[in-house]
Design a protein around this ligand. Structure first.
Ligand code: AMP
Ligand code: GLY
Length: 421
């Protein structure tokens, strides 16, 4: 059988992990990645197109006889890449723009959960400052304020008091810091968070193994929120009953709800869930693979990912989805200053030594190539993933790999996995 040509859209660690998983498929031959990065270029041919150039990407896929396109970032999905590819008769893995609304509008997601009786924080949505201010002033603290649109993870504020709330409401509703939009005011929940990603085709839902992200920049879960500083999988504090409950009471009803609303979902539905004292509740939904969760989940996948993508895209039977018993834990090496401003262009040494330890994968998040060397080119630079028989040994092993890497401008959190180690 002729091997398949695949295009992966995106350029961070998540896409590197997708490319890596595809490269393990016996069905897949050539892999392209747009735009990719210097690390991805080792495993795929990088194409100089941005993830939002959806028409150019469609033309590329047609011209190169691409059999399947897999989309990483939400911006491409919200820009309607799936609709454009569908109209051109191209096979693509991801939700349509209409279905991607589950991530791009917090208010839509909250309404849907209310209609489907899915457990989530109580909420109200406001489009004017005065009413939001009054409502928050009369409620209790902390309170959660969420901008109703894509804000690269920066549109959520947990306000401890009225002064903080006032500032956030002004930013979101008076000064339009993230653009013109509404604000969802939410009840504050407590408990460990976990990421539950599922393959979804309409009302059919197949779970992936569970993972946990670490959003704060510094050790002890201190400092500003980031895109994620590390992750691990599996998550021992999440029981089989929690997963069963999350499938039956959250993921399946929401998938069915999307069909009922005429927005059937195809792709990865990501549940950002919290195990609260009152049971598992939804914090947010994403319409794509999580980053950096994908970097610890996909390397544990033992089944052929091309077959899984095909089953979702074509509506054909899903093969068995098997996971390795090995635990995975990954450290993000980020540029000093991230998530604020940072410098680029620092040489990275020692990657080959780190990988030579064995049972290590290094996914490139933001690197470039200069004079035959890898250099830093983003806020998050590398995700160093170690594997072991349990999380403790995976943690020690990954740290050993991190210590092989030399670069003058990187920092990381040593305490990834603290909840379970
Ligand atoms: P989101 O972008 O909705 O995932 O929110 C970002 C982060 O804010 C989450 O990962 C949580 O840590 C926190 N957060 C969001 N909503 C709530 C909530 N209702 N209660 C407590 N923490 C929350
Ligand atoms: N790690 C959180 C996200 O992908 O949104």
């Amino acid at each position: 059988m002729e091997k398949k040509k695949v295009l992966v859209v995106g350029g961070g660690g998540r896409c590197h992990a997708i490319v890596d998983a595809l490269s393990r498929s016996e069905k897949v031959g050539k892999i392209y990645c747009a735009p990719g990065n210097a690390g991805i270029a080792v495993q795929a041919e990088c194409v100089p197109l941005k993830d939002t150039q959806v028409n150019e990407l469609k033309d590329f896929a047609l011209a190169h006889g691409i059999d399947l396109t897999v989309v990483g970032p939400e911006v491409s999905l919200a820009a309607g890449i799936v609709d454009v590819f569908d109209a051109a008769g191209l096979r693509i893995f991801g939700p349509t723009k209409a279905a991607a609304l589950i991530e791009s509008s917090k208010d839509f997601a909250k309404q849907l959960m209310a209609e489907c009786n899915v457990p989530t924080a109580a909420f109200r949505t406001f489009d004017d400052y005065a009413h939001a201010y009054e409502y928050v002033r009369e409620g209790s603290f902390p309170v959660v304020l969420k901008y109703d649109g894509l804000a690269a993870g920066k549109g959520v504020v947990i306000a401890e008091n009225m002064t903080q709330a006032e500032l956030a409401l002004k930013d979101m509703l008076l000064d339009d810091k993230f653009g013109k939009g509404r604000v969802v005011v939410e009840e504050f929940l407590t408990g460990p968070e976990f990421s539950f990603m599922c393959f979804v085709d309409g009302d059919k839902v197949w779970p992936m193994t569970v993972s946990q992200d670490h959003k704060r920049a510094y050790e002890g879960d201190k400092g500003p929120n980031t895109g994620g500083m590390g992750a691990y999988s599996p998550v021992p504090i999440i029981t089989d009953e929690d997963i069963e409950y999350s499938m039956e009471k959250i993921m399946k009803p929401v998938a069915a709800g999307m069909v009922a609303k005429g927005r059937p979902f195809k792709g990865v539905l990501y549940g950002g869930l919290m195990k609260t004292p009152a049971g598992v509740k939804v914090i947010e939904f994403n319409c794509r693979f999580g980053d950096p969760e994908t970097e610890v989940v996909l390397p544990r996948l033992e089944s052929d990912i091309y077959d899984i993508f095909s089953a979702v895209v074509d509506g054909t039977p899903m093969p068995e989805i098997r996971w390795s018993a090995k635990a995975a834990i990954g450290f993000v090496l980020a540029s000093k200053g991230y998530p604020g401003s940072y410098k680029k262009g620092f040489v990275i040494d020692g990657l080959a030594e780190a990988e030579a330890l064995g049972d290590i994968r290094i996914y490139h998040m933001g690197t470039a190539e200069k004079d035959g060397k890898f250099v830093t080119s983003g806020g998050r630079v590398l995700m160093v993933v170690g594997f072991g028989d349990d999380l403790k040994s995976a943690h020690a092993h990954a740290l050993k790999a991190v210590n092989c890497i030399g670069c003058d401008n990187l920092f990381y959190r040593k305490d990834i996995g603290w909840r379970v180690l």
